[in-house]
Design a protein around this ligand. Structure first.
Ligand code: 16G
Length: 262
């Protein structure tokens, strides 16, 4: 019996906790084990069968406790490979006043940015894309959908669209979209971003490795060239538990004058 199953067994059969239902006792003992570092982020949990046998409880009880802990985000289940303690990251702060790329944001923090391609190619534009990018209905768009990771932890899903006249070969984008745009003189210089709260749908939650319904940030970024032309329309979903957007606020000129007036 390893440290974890020993702890679980001891706490489930601890006479002082006998009022609480078994699955709650099991849940608490797994939470305690994570809090005390007996099992760490990324570690695998023993199988339901093993926990049930060692702790002398039913598999239904184990399943209920594990299900609750997956929902609360402490554990993650990967299809076919088992249940793990969810990876944890320090929260990432991103300034809302600088127009930076994901790769630059991560590099500044000493993290390695990585992308997993979900889709990229040239498509006929949707009505939204035609409107935001100011296209004619005959023009095509380049779409790039990526899962963005920092040190192998998934942080965001980004779906970017650009006019195909600017990015005719989306397959040629390597690790950074902004770097590719910089090379052809199309890197945006200004952007407007709309951030709203969302609860993650099952597919997005699965990609981000967190529970369905967990809190996330839905972000739309429209980026502009110096000429005022829209260059990029990106819709992203960021994990709410790892990302903070920070805005610096200043008195406006008129307010400043009013504030110093005697
Ligand atoms: C940021 C931008 C995204 C842009 C990407 C380029 C937000 C919400 N989004 O993640 O619009 O496409 O950077 O990153 O900040 P890359 O150059 O590393 O590909």
């Amino acid at each position: 019996m390893n440290d974890l199953t020993e702890r679980i067994r001891a706490s489930i059969h601890d006479g002082t906790r006998h009022g609480a239902p078994l699955y709650l006792r099991l849940k608490r003992s797994i939470e305690d084990a994570v809090d005390h570092g007996v099992i760490r982020p990324g570690d695998a949990l023993p199988s339901e069968r093993e926990i049930a046998a060692q702790a002398e409880i039913s598999r239904v009880t184990v399943r209920k406790a594990v299900h609750d802990l997956v929902r609360s985000g402490l554990l993650v289940q990967r299809h076919g490979s088992g249940t793990f303690v969810a990876p944890r990251m320090d929260r990432v702060e991103q300034s809302l006043s600088r127009l930076t790329s994901f790769s630059e944001d991560m590099a500044r923090r000493g993290l390695t940015a990585r992308s997993q391609w979900l889709d990229r190619g040239v498509y006929a534009p949707s009505p939204d894309e035609i409107m935001v990018l100011g296209l004619s209905s005959k023009e095509m768009v380049a779409r790039l959908a990526r899962l963005r990771l920092a040190n192998d932890t998934p942080l965001a899903i980004e779906r970017a669209t650009l006019s195909a006249s600017v990015l005719p070969e989306p397959e040629a984008v390597d690790s950074s979209l902004y770097l590719a745009l910089q090379k052809t003189g199309h890197r945006p210089v200004r952007a407007v971003q709309r951030i709203s709260a969302t609860n993650l749908a099952a597919a997005d939650a699965g990609l981000l490795g967190i529970a369905k319904g967990a809190a996330g940030l839905s972000i739309e970024r429209v980026s502009y060239l110096d000429s005022g032309k829209v260059i990029e329309f990106t819709r992203s979903i960021y994990r709410g538990d790892t990302y903070d957007f920070v805005a610096e606020l200043r008195l406006g000129d008129a307010d400043e004058k009013a504030a110093i007036r005697p």
